[in-house]
Write a protein that binds this ligand. Structure first.
Ligand code: CA
Length: 322
């Protein structure tokens, strides 16, 4: 996808993905992520399985179903029985909800320790503890607040006794520690790959400097550099001005000169600090701005005009950098 450069001022685009690592684990809209039950994307195993009541029954998204322990997991009568959920990635976990069997045996979900962490030592049962279930009624759910404990594994563990562990549903709510952003970089200058990588990360870091993030390249820029011809972005934009003299509006017509009195020109009234503003409808790297004067008279009306470019509308955009 490399096309030969036509002009040195062209736009260069390079694809790559950046991993955003927020040490505090919070994304910009944490609620959106916390509402997702992460368990549904995971895989579950248990110390042993009683007949067909496999570990996956506790993450099938169904809390209750008619019938004998339907949609529940049941372990064998094990010493220190356990059930383990692998979330396949490490998350900050804020809430774990456990649902009990409705048809019998609520005691089989009593004294269960909830362990969260990244270690598989002792089958994950040595990870830090979020809470312990006390006796709760058959067919009910109980939630534990885990305060953002970090981990890939969520274990249910009844230590040091011979018991049956039964879980009808385990739900896990939390946020991803990492966020991957796909970036396409537009640079006004042609930069080689090494410089570009540095430049992009620095720019992103500057932009996010007020936030608690660490950026690293996940996929290096792939060098698929291609160059676009210079285009007049103004033609896609919308223009306004401080005031309009008769019918000489602000709009961009794409015509530099036309016969007649100020044809195809904009004219403001006799204003204090007159201004004209073009909205490109998106943010761009701008390499050239070309201004064309009136052909029929009054060239002074385009003298002393400051060109300001930026994203702010403060003072009608006239406070942007010059
Ligand atoms: Ca279930």
């Amino acid at each position: 996808m490399v096309s030969p450069p036509e002009t040195p001022e062209g736009i260069h685009e390079v694809g790559g993905t950046v991993t955003v690592l927020r040490p505090n684990g919070l994304l910009q809209r944490p609620n959106k992520y916390i509402q997702e039950n992460l368990a549904l994307k995971g895989k579950a195993v248990q110390s042993s399985t009683y007949y067909t009541w496999g570990a996956a029954n506790a993450i099938d998204g169904i809390r209750y179903a008619p019938g004998e322990a339907s949609s529940c997991s049941i372990s064998g009568y094990d010493l220190s029985p356990w059930w383990r959920l692998d979330l396949l990635d490490s998350y900050k976990i804020y809430k774990v909800t456990v649902t009990n069997r409705a048809d019998c045996c609520p005691e089989r979900t009593t004294g269960v320790e909830i362990r969260i962490g990244n270690s598989l030592e002792n089958n994950g049962n040595n990870n830090p503890r979020c809470g312990v279930t006390s006796s709760f009624p058959a067919g009910s759910s109980v939630s534990f607040s885990c305060g953002g404990m970090e981990g890939r594994y969520v274990n249910m563990y009844i230590p040091n006794i011979q018991a049956v562990l039964s879980l009808c549903e385990v739900e896990v709510y939390g946020t991803a520690k990492k966020q991957v952003i796909r970036v396409q970089v537009k640079a006004a200058e042609n930069v080689d790959e090494a410089e570009l990588k540095e430049l992009v990360l620095n720019k992103l870091n500057q932009t996010l400097s007020d936030q608690d993030v660490i950026l690293t390249w996940r996929t290096q820029p792939n060098g698929e550099v291609f160059q676009k011809n210079r285009t007049n972005l103004a033609l896609k934009g919308k223009a306004v001005q401080s005031s309009t003299y008769y019918t000489w509006g602000a709009a961009i017509g794409g015509i530099r000169y036309a016969p007649g009195e100020a044809s195809s020109c904009s004219i403001s009234e006799y204003d204090h600090n007159p201004c004209w503003r073009l909205d490109l409808l998106d943010s761009y790297y701008i390499s050239n701005v070309t201004v064309t004067n009136r052909g029929d008279c009054c060239p002074k009306q385009t003298t002393g005009v400051e060109i300001h470019i930026g994203n702010s509308l403060e003072n009608n955009g006239n406070n942007n950098p010059r």
